[in-house]
Design a protein around this ligand. Structure first.
Ligand SMILES: *[C@@H]1O[C@H](CO)[C@@H](O)[C@H](O)[C@H]1NC(C)=O
Length: 442
């Protein structure tokens, strides 16, 4: 028993060590250095607007890998940097693809100018002007997107003027760059940040802001001033943060209490330190599949030659991207497409969900429906495929079923009865006439 336990423990230990080794491999990031638009002469000079650059990322500041590496010939030595990233945000696997991999993480560098904050919730941060010496440095802003969008974010780097050895001053990242949710569910939009604790800018407070953007218009969702511990919300109760996790671990994830159709859009998480800011954008899409109803249900019995009209209504779905079609499944189990029918325009309900219908005119004579089967309405939607069916019976088909035979016997009996009644009334009126005739004769 003990032996098994120790083997288990050792393998667990080995596994943990291995994982630490693999997660600690920090990448050499290949980034596009975006040259100042102001200095580019408006782009008329034909000078390159971006330049390839390399960022040797490591956890600690002491190893100088950048200098020990030989610069690749296609990269300007001026554009080779070393980055010390104690929080190892940039050491995520998705930024470090295996050698020779075709797909590469995306990365863009811009020069950054520290600025005093002007927003209501960030003003307290720069109330006491500090560290002019610290601010006088080379500042860079790195935006990146890992493979398969597993990680995205922005990092503010600081290097003493003229140096290529940079330190991460502020880093904001998200592991949920693209989120989908059903209606009415709580949604978590991940955003985390790290600020260099040795920098004079940290320790004096931070602020977090979540903004929503959709088709060019935007609004504030929530802002938190970490210095005075105050929250500004635009819609009471719509969203919140885990304030404890925010203060202790830099977890600025936005929690939407209940997903609504109107929540679909882009959410931008911005973290402010005095004079610095970094942000990451997260996409949210609310996807709700349709529910289907068929009218009329059940269907009336069809007689060959009759035209049946059936309607399929899809409701409660979002986004507005729906394809309705019809199928017929005969008694033999074979499915046949009946096309898409006549689609109606869409309507939007109070909760933002949509509804749309399709009407099928089924000409029973034009199709070989046999004895009948299932009439199926198929809805294709990003939230999934929905189906609804109604059974269709055809009477008077060449090889009648027992029910059809019974129906025919019934019809025959009724007909027989009718004929009988008619014959009887005719004959009785005939005999009455005869009676009259007899009376006249007398
Ligand atoms: C951040 O906080 C949220 C809400 O408490 C939690 O669900 C999430 O896992 C946290 N993220 C990290 C990276 O700790």
């Amino acid at each position: 028993m003990d032996k098994f336990y120790s083997i288990y423990l050792i393998s667990l230990l080995a596994f943990t060590c291995l994982c630490q080794v693999c997660s600690s491999s920090c990448p050499v990031l290949e980034c596009w250095f975006m040259l100042d638009k102001a200095g580019g002469g408006g782009g008329l000079t034909g000078a390159p607007k971006q330049e390839k650059s390399l960022f040797y990322v490591q956890r600690d500041a002491h190893s100088h890998r950048a200098e020990s590496q030989r610069a690749p010939p296609d990269i300007n030595p001026e554009r080779i940097y070393s980055v010390s990233d104690p929080a190892a945000t940039l050491c995520h696997d998705s930024l470090n693809p295996p050698r020779g991999s075709v797909e590469k993480p995306q990365c863009e560098i811009n020069s950054f100018v520290p600025q005093a904050a002007t927003l209501k919730w960030t003003e307290p941060l720069t109330e006491s002007a500090i560290s002019p010496v610290y601010l006088q440095a080379d500042w860079l802003s790195v935006s990146y997107l890992g493979l398969h969008s597993q990680l995205g974010g922005a990092t503010i780097l600081r290097a003493p003027t003229g140096s290529k050895d940079t330190n991460v001053a502020l880093s904001v990242s998200s592991k949920t760059l693209s989120v989908t949710s059903r209606l009415g569910e709580p949604v978590l939009l991940d955003c985390g940040f790290w600020a260099d604790p040795s920098s004079p800018l940290s320790g004096t407070g931070f602020a977090v802001e979540w903004r929503y953007q959709f088709r060019g218009s935007g609004r504030l969702v929530l802002a938190y001033d970490g210095k005075t511990d105050r929250v500004t919300e635009t819609r009471e109760g719509e969203a919140t943060l885990d304030f404890e996790a925010l203060q202790q671990k830099g977890n600025a994830s936005l929690i939407l209490r209940e997903a609504e159709v109107q929540h679909s859009g882009t959410y931008i998480c911005t973290v402010y330190l005095p004079y610095l800011l970094a942000q990451v954008a997260v996409e949210l899409e609310i996807i709700e599949p349709p529910s289907l109803s068929l009218q009329p249900s059940p269907l009336a019995l069809a007689v060959p030659g009759q035209t049946l009209s059936v309607q399929c209504e899809a409701s409660g779905f979002a986004p507005l991207s729906l394809d309705l079609s019809w199928e017929f499944q005969g008694a033999d189990g074979k499915r046949r497409s009946l096309g898409s029918g006549g689609m109606t325009g869409h309507r939007q309900a109070w909760d933002g969900t949509y509804s749309q219908s399709s009407r099928l005119e089924l000409h029973t004579s034009q199709l070989d429906l046999g004895r009948g089967g299932e009439l199926i309405c198929v809805a294709l939607h990003p939230g999934g495929t929905a189906r609804a069916s109604v059974s269709l019976s055809v009477i008077g088909f060449t090889s009648p079923s027992i029910e059809d035979s019974m129906a025919m016997v019934g019809v025959a009996l009724v007909l027989y009865g009718l004929i009988k009644v008619v014959w009887w009334s005719l004959s009785s009126s005939g005999s009455a006439d005869a009676d009259k005739q007899e009376k006249k004769d007398k």
